[in-house]
Design a protein around this ligand. Structure first.
Ligand code: SAH
Ligand code: TMP
Ligand code: ZN
Length: 410
């Protein structure tokens, strides 16, 4: 979505904004492509900005949603066993707010990883998922799914057909949507007077604390904080009643909201606001510093990779995550530095990484071709990956990790 004609205005509050840095031209993070498509690859200039007025961290420009979410979307939530457990727990926290007769709506329901927990309990549910291929997996599992983008108009249609919802839930999708006001208006239309909204997304606080700039890629219009969520939902008379930090995706925040003055507010909310003030999440100078940190991280990582190559050693990437697209493109990591990326997603196999065109190879082939070093792009899945790849280290392999700081293990 091109914001330039609008003179760079905040997606949330229309306040004038300007970028504090540019990551340069970036491809679609999940567009793993074939060789014949290299020449037509789409790029956009990725520039983050901070809105001083509503405290939203955002991308100024973003590709059209249909370019990212379609019938060949490469991200299947169910590829991680730990995420499966995570969403079971998430569903349990939703159950505390609803009963057996409630209606639950999830957006970005993907392959049904969350909603299956409601379907199993025979709780009325509906998933809204525009990427038809991942939605098809959910439907096969018996999860009610509508292949569509959520917005205010769709919310009206859902209410007409199903009545109001008791719970609106979302994971790793609210931050994907530039027309966020239409989403929150839709939520306002959709939920009951005593409805609950629970959603989680990668957290700005973690990105700033750990310089995990790889959370910034085309799909992530926003990196939310408690301050920005409060301001966004406050416009529609909703307030934060609870908040919980999560370890997923390298550090996420789960937000609980309801209509103002309908539920008690947990003291954790105030604690997070205070911590955000201390971290500088409300101050634009923090982002000027963040830019310097990104540049330093890029230089340090490149230095390590180049030194290893100088010694004549081999490096492979591990896990072709969406986040890795920012790392490889911003740092200029291509096949001069890493030979390939091992990954578990069949749809990515035989294809090439967005922008940098590194071959993606099935992870089963890792053990027959151990490199000297493996650059762990999937650091958010490190527990799962280290557990299954113990032999790599036993045979002398070394992991290169870049979160929370750049280190070589083994
Ligand atoms: N909730 C899952 C999937 C996150 S990926 C998880 O946490 O693992 C984001 C998903 O949101 C994608 O499947 C994408 O197709 C979907 N999506 C993107 N824009 C959307 C919109 N406007 N409404 C509903 N879903 C959307
Ligand atoms: P993301 O959830 O951080 O975007 O990344 C998921 C990618 O990581 C997906 O392409 C699958 C890959 N992956 C592996 O290759 N091995 C693993 O053990 C796990 C958990 C994920
Ligand atoms: Zn704003």
């Amino acid at each position: 979505m091109n914001n330039t004609e609008k003179e760079k205005k905040c997606w949330v509050c229309d306040h004038a904004i300007s970028p504090f840095m540019s990551f340069g031209d970036m491809p679609i993070a999940n567009n793993f492509l074939n060789k014949e498509d290299f020449k037509d690859e789409y790029f956009f200039e990725m520039e983050p900005a901070f809105c001083e007025n509503c405290k939203s961290f955002q991308l100024i420009n973003q590709p059209e949603p249909e370019k990212m979410f379609h019938d060949n979307y490469a991200f299947f939530s169910g590829t991680s066993v730990l995420m499966d457990k995570h969403f079971k727990k998430f569903s349990e926290s939703v159950l505390q707010y609803i009963d057996q007769d409630s209606f639950v709506v999830e957006i970005g329901s993907n392959d049904g990883i969350m909603l299956k927990n409601f379907a199993e309990r025979e709780i009325k549910h509906l998933g809204i998922e525009p990427s038809a291929n991942v939605a098809a997996v959910a439907k096969e599992r018996g999860i009610n799914t509508l292949v569509s983008f959520f917005n205010k108009e769709l919310a009206e249609q859902i209410v007409k057909e199903n009545g109001k919802a008791k719970a609106f839930i979302a994971a790793n999708v609210m931050c994907h949507i530039p027309y966020i006001n239409s989403i929150v208006e839709g939520i306002d239309t959709l939920i009951d007077e005593d409805g609950i909204v629970i959603f989680e997304d990668p957290y700005l606080g973690d990105v700033i604390e750990k310089t995990t700039y790889d959370q910034i890629y085309d799909e992530h219009t926003f990196l939310f904080s408690a301050h920005s969520v409060k301001n966004l939902f406050g416009k529609y008379n909703m307030e934060l009643i609870d908040i919980e930090h999560q370890e997923t995706h390298g550090g996420s925040m789960r937000y609980y909201l309801s209509r103002k003055n309908t539920r008690p507010i947990n003291k954790r909310v105030e604690e997070v606001f205070l911590k955000e003030n201390q971290l500088g999440l409300t101050n634009h100078l923090t982002f000027v510093q963040f830019k310097d940190n990104c540049e330093r991280y890029r230089n340090n990582l490149l230095e390590i990779l180049k030194d290893i190559k100088k010694e004549g050693k081999s490096i492979a990437g591990y896990a072709a995550t969406s986040k890795s697209t920012t790392i490889t493109n911003y740092c200029g990591i291509n096949t001069d530095l890493i030979d390939c990326i091992y990954d578990t997603t069949p749809l990515k196999h035989g294809k090439f990484s967005p922008g940098t065109h590194i071959p993606i190879v099935p992870h089963e082939e890792f053990k027959d071709n151990y490199p000297d070093y493996a650059l762990l792009f999937g650091y958010n899945h490190s527990k799962e990956i280290f557990a299954k790849e113990k032999e790599f280290e036993e045979k002398g392999g070394k992991w290169i990790i870049y979160v929370p700081e750049i280190r070589v293990l083994g």
